[in-house]
Design a protein around this ligand. Structure first.
Ligand SMILES: Nc1ncnc2c1ncn2[C@@H]1O[C@H](COP(=O)(O)OP(=O)(O)O)[C@@H](O)[C@H]1O
Ligand SMILES: [Mg+2]
Length: 354
């Protein structure tokens, strides 16, 4: 495929999903064997939609986010499709992928300072990005575009010629968001964009992300371990466990009526104001080189049945347009005889819980 980089962004977008992932698998080769970081994931995002991606550390969220940008580390292997407006990003040449990133795909990382050049003024960061992808714009037009985007992020024009170190952490993160958005991309991945920030600044960033869909119609994949942010800023949520999406639906449905035991445990593990205690999910996430047979969550699942240890979970429609991968949601007649007996769990050792 070819990408016309002179085309005005935002003018020819189709009405189908902006991004559609079909059975994506990503694995890293190690001396112990392949780490299956993403193991058969299918998701899609519509224009202007925000999908939250949640799950414990190490479950494959960042790998999935990078895969959606066609930005996997060297040595990572993958299988499946990532369709951006119908074209497979994973099949594009380096040049095509580069042209698409920046202009149509944007990424916001956790630590802004590692992405900003300390020797370049903010104006240079913006003008370089804009003119690289839209060489037809004059310097004045590029400047106009940059200032407009910065204004939306609450950064006044008087700061345009400052250097990155002259900004606070929260402002730098807003600069990064502005840089990712200045070309009006159709799809943005934000990987834990607020983790390094304090609570007040975090609230501002959430507000900005929230305004995004109105201002730009951008589809956003928001990776976070903060379920409060998902509740505030997302339309839908995907819950990831050990490389798979185990439950997906609207935020209201999934948080209000979670179907997967892991989702329930995750919701319980957030700080409870009434007890001021932090519940955690007993046991440790599995080794992705050699994950448990059957449902990967079965060794930690409070409701596990015998079938869960023997067979892959059944995928059932759940919520209005989502699904859940769990035998507990399946029809009884699909469970083999004796399979619905309760699975005796081993005690979780203290070492596991650390
Ligand atoms: N570049 C890499 N090489 C080898 N293993 C990796 C690499 N990046 C991530 N992993 C492994 O892949 C798994 C998923 O990691 P990651 O996608 O970063 O999860 P998350 O973002 O949910 O914490 C982890 O086991 C991690 O150690
Ligand atoms: Mg991560």
């Amino acid at each position: 495929m070819t990408i016309d980089i002179t085309q005005q962004p935002g003018t020819t977008r189709s009405s189908g999903p902006v991004i559609e992932v079909r059975d994506l698998r990503v694995w890293y080769g190690t001396t112990r064997g392949a780490i299956r970081a993403v193991d058969g994931v299918s998701i899609q995002l519509a224009l202007g939609e925000t999908l939250g991606l949640v799950g414990e550390s190490g479950c494959g969220k960042s790998t999935l986010g990078r895969g959606l940008m066609g930005l996997l580390p060297e040595g990572a292997k993958r299988d499946g499709e990532v369709l951006f407006q119908g074209d497979d990003i994973l099949q594009m040449s380096t040049k095509e992928g580069h042209a698409l990133r920046g202009s149509e795909l944007g990424m916001i990382f956790q630590e802004p300072m590692t992405r900003l050049n300390p020797l370049m003024r903010i104006s240079q960061h913006f003008e370089e990005t804009i003119r690289q992808h839209e060489p037809g714009l004059s310097k004045a037009e590029a400047r106009e575009r940059a200032l407009e985007t910065l204004r939306l992020m609450g950064i006044p024009p008087t700061r345009y010629r400052c250097y990155p170190h002259e900004f606070s952490g929260g402002m730098r993160q807003r600069l990064m968001i502005a840089l990712a958005l200045v070309l009006r991309p159709a799809f943005v991945v934000a990987d834990e964009p607020t983790t390094a920030l304090d609570v007040l600044v975090e609230a501002q960033i959430v507000q900005i992300l929230n305004d995004l869909r109105n201002s730009f119609d951008t589809a956003l994949l928001l990776i976070t371990h903060n379920l409060g942010i998902v509740a505030e800023a997302c339309d839908r949520v995907a819950v990831m466990y050990a490389g798979r999406i185990v439950e997906q639906g609207t935020v209201r449905e999934v948080f209000g009526d979670p179907r997967h035991p892991y989702t329930r445990e995750l919701l319980r593990s957030t700080i409870s104001l009434s007890t001021t205690g932090l519940n955690f999910i007993p046991g440790a996430p599995p080794d992705l080189v050699d994950p448990p047979a059957g449902c990967r969550f079965h060794p930690r699942c409070p409701n596990a049945m015998k079938v869960c240890a023997d067979q892959d979970p059944i995928v059932m429609p759940a919520h209005a347009a989502g699904n859940v991968e769990c035998w507990l949601s399946g029809p009884d007649d699909q469970v083999p005889p004796g399979g619905s007996d309760r699975l005796e769990q081993q005690e979780f050792g203290v070492a596991d819980e650390a």
